[in-house]
Write a protein that binds this ligand. Structure first.
Ligand SMILES: *Cc1c(COP(=O)(O)O)cnc(C)c1O
Length: 356
């Protein structure tokens, strides 16, 4: 694999979107990264080219059998004028975990991070100013053989696209109402739950739509076999503070190993807050609530960092957590991680990587 990234510049840069209207994932920068894979040759021709439509045949395998993996991370402008990525090597390594499960060839994690850095550096004028705003980075891989047989493809494309995004909480961090899903399931052990693949998201849409119709923001997923143990909340990992101890479902094959999850666990340990990765049932959670021991609940993920849960509904029974308000620990984790990302809190874990 050549690490020389060829560059083709746009002739006319696009106007930048209005800061107040960024939202999430609506706008894309002027350029994107592409690299090709051909069996026998490996990954080749890394290049930065103008962002725009790509032409493929309708028969390309990704459209039919879903061989597609992706990642999500952000670039942040710091308070002192640097550009930081948050734990990008963890994303690059996780992409290979997903690739391995979907029979997609691995990509050298160091090269993935180099490609991200090169593209972000090239597009640095697109990183929006303003507190909480950032540049969302979406690396993804698709199978591109024009072929209808079911087998792993022989050709792939690796893309990186960039999207300026607004603060997740423009009006301050806000707890959400969650529907505990007891009909649909997201994943089972042995399946794809631990990977970031398009199919997992397709499979989750129906439950999310039905929960929204009922007035909830997201669903809390239970395990796919007994529908008893808590797995994830929407597309985030989930944590509960019960009687002073923080509990999060252990990684047993059906749960995505979130980087925000891992960072949260490491922070809690450094603060000497007891944290336990184990199975936790929805029954146990409701009992803890009834005993007055369920102190906080929150989701973790790159987009929101921390999303406090103010209310849960399971089989028609609603419980309120911490009076529907953001808990102190949730708030402390949120401010610490976002502070490390924007350079206002010391990065004692060496999590950030600077883009030159
Ligand atoms: C991406 C993702 C997460 C969160 O992972 P982070 O690395 O923290 O962004 C959690 N659950 C699912 C299903 C995901 O796809």
């Amino acid at each position: 694999m050549s690490s020389q990234i060829a560059i083709q510049k746009v002739s006319q840069p696009k106007p930048k979107p209005n800061q107040a209207e960024l939202g999430f994932g609506h706008f894309f920068t002027d350029h994107m990264f592409i690299m090709d894979y051909t069996a026998g040759q490996g990954w080749h021709d890394p290049r930065i080219v103008p962002y725009g439509p790509i032409e493929v045949e309708p028969s390309v395998m990704v459209f039919h059998y879903g061989q597609a993996t992706f990642e999500g991370l952000k670039a942040y402008n710091t308070v002192d004028g640097r550009i930081l990525l948050f734990r990008p090597y963890a994303n690059a390594e996780r992409l290979n975990v997903s690739n391995e499960r979907l029979c997609i060839p691995p990509i050298d994690p160091n090269f993935t991070v180099e490609a991200i850095k090169s593209l972000v550096e090239f597009e640095k004028n697109w990183i929006p100013a303003g507190e909480g705003n950032s540049l969302y980075i979406r690396p993804f891989v698709i199978a591109t053989d024009p072929y209808l047989g079911v087998k792993p493809a022989d050709t792939y494309k690796f893309f990186i696209v960039l999207s300026p995004v607004g603060a997740y909480y423009p009006e301050g961090i806000n707890p959400v109402k969650i529907y505990v899903e007891s009909n649909y399931v997201r994943a089972v052990k042995g399946g794809l739950g631990f990977t970031k693949t398009a199919g997992n998201y397709a499979a989750s849409l129906k439950a999310q739509e039905e929960a929204k119709e009922k007035g909830f923001t997201q669903v809390l997923w239970l395990d796919g076999i007994e529908k008893k143990y808590i797995e994830e909340v929407g597309t985030m990992n989930v944590f509960f503070k019960i009687d002073g101890e923080v509990v999060t479902p252990s990684l047993e094959g059906s749960i995505l190993a979130g980087i925000t999850r891992d960072s949260t666990i490491k922070l809690l340990k450094s603060w000497n807050v007891p944290v336990n990765e184990r199975r936790i049932s929805i029954e146990e959670l409701y009992v803890a609530h009834d005993q007055g021991k369920l102190e906080e609940a929150f989701g973790t993920g790159t987009a929101a960092v921390i999303s406090p849960i103010g209310e849960l509904n399971y089989n028609g029974r609603t419980i309120s957590i911490n009076g529907g308000k953001t808990g102190d620990l949730s708030s402390k984790i949120y401010h610490t991680i976002t502070g490390i990302q924007n350079g206002s809190v010391a990065d004692t874990f060496n999590w950030t990587v600077e883009v030159k």
